[in-house]
Write a protein that binds this ligand. Structure first.
Ligand SMILES: [Zn+2]
Length: 510
């Protein structure tokens, strides 16, 4: 005796009876369980809040993956990635799992078969006029899977909590987009060029021909929310599709197409119009909420300009429903976390950040001033040493190596400042002696990837060249420079007793 499929315990649908309206006297929903109901009048499109349906398997084949032709933009919700495991293509008589279309991505779902097994539906796609479920064969047992999906058997297809949350977010954003586009059209005479249902919780956007002013954004938002508070109802009207009656889309002066047409590969034979009472009628195959009453719309108070070759348009970002709450919660936590770090209330965060930025600017200036002062002190001390040296040996060469420890982001500028200041005071005092100086600067904590900066300067090009050539060959210091100054970088741990001693030895040999 064949086992029966146990229905999951899910909340009943709250979609009103008059949501789905067949407006043609001759359009009939196929009842024959051997026939797949076409996309346009599927259970998910007749009753968007229905989470489970008992139905029949119409066909099942092993999936042959086609070559990848994905051209999704990086922001849009893409279908869940298919794993390497085998996949079945399953067509059912009817389904609550929405196949992608109308800018709305595919749902995910579950099919329960009579052995009591739950199979994940990773995607549903429209093939011609029919919805094909991509069923994951997790254990790789294709034979077992094929025996579970025998044509004519009963199954239950349903949306688990995560599947329904994803779908609810998608339909909230989709219905809001219809409302928003209708208001942009009727109040500001702006057509919607395209829209993108982005991954939650990123705001979605509509693309329109120009930037909106702050007042216009406010006007549209107020108007939308007035309609939301009125709780305008939404319903769907379907009739047979007559291709001869279908108009092409309008083309703007700049060449962009406006509005929607049915996909050319659609063979379902159903024309579907989504109606927001008194606001909008729009051909669309997506799933839409029966009412806009909980879709409070938030328009991000700025638009983003998009420039393509000789066409400019702009993006208006929006949020509503569960996505608005997620966005609000994350924005709130960003601002409270920042307030906590700054030890102030959230309202004071902008002023406190401005104050810190200002203080930082002042502190940077003070560091620069102090570095300059310190470089002069160091160079003066070296100049005094040189003067003493020349008193004993007028024709001699004053040689000096000095190592510094410095965690500055750009220690090279400090070394340059010492070199500049030394050469300056040398010529100021009209000193004529010969000199050759090497400076190095390492961070306080060193590792194999640390950088030590080395600078060589002297009174003659040939002296600088002699030392820099040896730094390159003997200590693998990589650097460049010509004339009286040369600088380079050493990677690794710099020890005074090793690299430092090497430089002292090089100097004695010059
Ligand atoms: Zn739509």
């Amino acid at each position: 005796m064949a086992a029966t499929v146990v229905p999951p315990s899910l909340p009943p649908s709250a979609t009103p009876q008059d949501y789905f309206r067949i407006v043609s006297p001759t359009l009939i929903i196929p009842r024959d369980p051997k026939v797949s109901i076409p996309v346009g009048i599927l259970a998910c499109q007749r009753d968007p809040l229905l989470r489970s349906i008992e139905t029949t398997i119409v066909s099942c084949t092993v999936y042959q993956p086609p070559p990848s032709t994905s051209k999704k933009t990086k922001n849009a919700v893409s279908a869940p990635t298919l794993p390497d495991d085998p996949i079945l293509h399953v067509t059912l008589h009817d389904t609550v799992v929405f196949p992608e279309g109308g800018g709305q991505p595919t749902d995910t779902g579950v099919i329960s078969t009579r052995e009591g097994k739950n199979w994940r539906v990773l995607q549903v796609k429209r093939h011609g006029g029919h919805a094909v479920h991509y069923v994951h064969v997790e254990d790789g047992d294709l034979e077992g899977a094929m025996s579970a999906f025998v044509v004519g058997l009963q199954v239950i297809v349903h949306l688990a909590d995560t599947d329904f949350d994803r779908r609810y977010d998608h339909m909230s954003m989709h219905t809001s987009q219809h409302l928003l586009s209708a208001l942009l059209e009727t109040r500001l005479n702006l057509p919607t060029l395209s829209w993108s249902l982005t991954s939650s919780p990123t705001p979605c956007y509509v693309e329109i021909p120009r930037i909106l002013s702050g007042d216009e954004i406010q006007l549209i938002q107020n108007e939308a929310n007035r309609l939301v508070f009125e709780g305008r109802r939404v319903h769907v009207e379907v009739e047979e599709l007559n291709w001869a009656d279908e108009k092409g889309v309008d083309i703007l002066e700049n060449g962009r197409a406006v509005g929607k047409t049915l996909p050319q590969d659609y063979t379902g034979g159903v024309k579907r119009v989504v109606v927001i009472d008194g606001v909008d009628r729009n051909p669309c195959c997506g799933t839409h909420l029966p009412s806009i009453n909980n879709l409070q719309l938030f328009l991000l108070p700025q638009t983003e300009t998009i420039s393509r070759t000789n066409v400019t348009s702009s993006r208006l970002f929006f949020l509503c429903g569960p996505r608005l709450l997620t966005y609000l919660a994350s924005s709130h936590s960003v601002i409270t976390d920042t307030g906590f770090i700054l030890s102030c209330g959230t309202r004071l965060v902008p002023a406190r950040v401005a104050q810190i930025v200002e203080e930082r600017k002042r502190a940077e200036k003070r560091i620069n001033d102090l570095e300059l002062e310190l470089s002069m002190v160091i160079s003066d001390s070296m100049v005094s040493e040189a003067i003493n040296f020349f008193q004993g040996s007028e024709a001699g060469l004053f040689k000096k190596y000095m190592q510094r420890t410095d965690d500055a982001g750009s220690a090279l500028s400090f070394l340059s400042s010492i070199a500049f200041s030394f050469s300056g005071s040398f010529s100021e005092r009209s000193l004529a002696g010969r000199f050759l100086i090497v400076l190095s600067s390492s961070p306080s904590s060193q590792s194999a990837t640390s950088t030590t900066l080395v600078m060589v300067f002297g009174s003659e090009d040939s002296l600088v060249k002699q030392v820099s050539d040896r730094l390159k060959t003997q200590l693998s210091v990589k650097g460049g420079g010509k004339g009286l100054r040369w600088s380079g970088k050493y990677t690794g741990v710099w020890k005074n007793s090793r690299e430092g001693a090497g430089i002292v030895e090089m100097l004695t040999e010059v």
